[in-house]
Ligand binder design. Sequence first.
Ligand SMILES: Cc1cc2nc3c(=O)[nH]c(=O)nc-3n(C[C@H](O)[C@H](O)[C@H](O)COP(=O)(O)OP(=O)(O)OC[C@H]3O[C@@H](n4cnc5c(N)ncnc54)[C@H](O)[C@@H]3O)c2cc1C
Length: 428
Amino acid sequence: MTILIIGGGWSGLAAAVRLSQRGHKVHLFEAASQLGGRARSVDWQGLAVDNGQHLMIGAYRHTLSMLEDLGAENQTLFRRLPLDIKIHDRDYPTLRIAAGHGLPWPLSLAWRLWRDNDTACFQQISRLNLQARRFKPTEDLSVRDWLNQSGQSQRLIRQLWEPLCLATLNTPIDSASAAVFATVLSTTFRARSDTDLLIPRLPLGETLPSLAERYILKQGGQISLQSRIEEIHITNGRVQGLVTQHGQRFNTNHIIVATPLAAARTMLNKQLSLPDCASFPIATVYLQYPASVQLPAPVTGMSGSLTQWLFDRRELRPGLVAAVISGPGQHETLDKKSLLKQVASEIHQHWPLFPVMPEQGFVIREKRATFACNVDIQRQRPNNRTEITGLWLAGDFVANPYPATLEGAVLNGEQTAIQLMEQLDASR
Ligand SMILES: Cc1cc2nc3c(=O)[nH]c(=O)nc-3n(C[C@H](O)[C@H](O)[C@H](O)COP(=O)(O)OP(=O)(O)OC[C@H]3O[C@@H](n4cnc5c(N)ncnc54)[C@H](O)[C@@H]3O)c2cc1C
């Protein structure tokens, strides 16, 4: 019996790969005309860029090992750099977070925190990292309340924790879940190599999506693009099959729904009660400058400004910069031209060598980039296994320790595949 998978994002693809590896036949349906979902490539005047600048870290074990299993050489796919980030703010001295080397972990991090910043910063950051490891997930509160309880200064909240929370949870600190943020901090700072920054060298579509597609097809699986699933047939609590937008019906006893939460809710509103969770946007502004100018580092933080993070994308094209603005906020009220102008002006103010305006610019807004990772979100996330026989859930929203991330998406795809195969093995 073929296992049907709805959704060709990183989660659905991860599930399909793991099932195919064990000899199961899969058929994956994707509504869009390409694979990759929220981490895909788009065309900008003949240059493949990403629908949003993505950053991975060394702690993304599931994603990295899946890519290796698919034959990728991670050095070819990513620029892997030791953590060394400066966050610039017009009102405060520049803050620097570096993993350091030459000393055992985490002493090297502590030494660099102390050497590169003032003693108060060192003490507060160290304190929060320790508290993150001891955080009791059952006692969730907002990130802001947690930071206040921990005695973090207004400077560190604005210059470090707020941009970090937006970058990882895509949720403002007033409502973001401290439990998830604490997990992100403790996972990221577990080992030196976990803190490594992995910047894609290639457009995202050429990483996991195209490698997984090749693998699934080679194993005899099927992939149908532009095939939105309209309906899942369930009778007496058991999966029977699904119907595509073209009216084609496919029968099966096993379906994995690997769509964003809202799409899963639409398909399953009569059969399953899934939470109604808000989502937040991410805007990426690509700015093409002359090849002669470049940012001081591959990843740079900015606080107290509209722009939050800057990425040097010279490997895609010299002079290309990607600016990222996560979460809800003022940027949503600006039209694309004004947004580009403001980001360019902030870059120019910090680095006057950059012209006031780039040669060209491109704004991509993902309005529903991630689910809102609010306080108590971990209580609301559904499990991979549902109460309907043969119906499984994957996708970044499904229960896992992380916010909406590629790692959470891949982890869930794999978990669903493993649980489904265990059930198949048990029923033989
Ligand atoms: C701009 C942006 C920046 C981000 N930055 C980062 C980052 O730096 N690091 C990080 O780890 N994560 C980042 N994320 C989050 C990450 O991209 C997502 O968590 C991840 O891609 C989710 O994968 P998924 O497979 O769960 O869902 P999706 O990627 O949403 O895949 C679901 C797929 O299902 C398809 N679908 C929906 N309905 C149907 C239907 N009825 N029938 C068939 N197909 C359907 C959709 O078209 C989609 O392709 C970012 C996201 C965005 C948008």
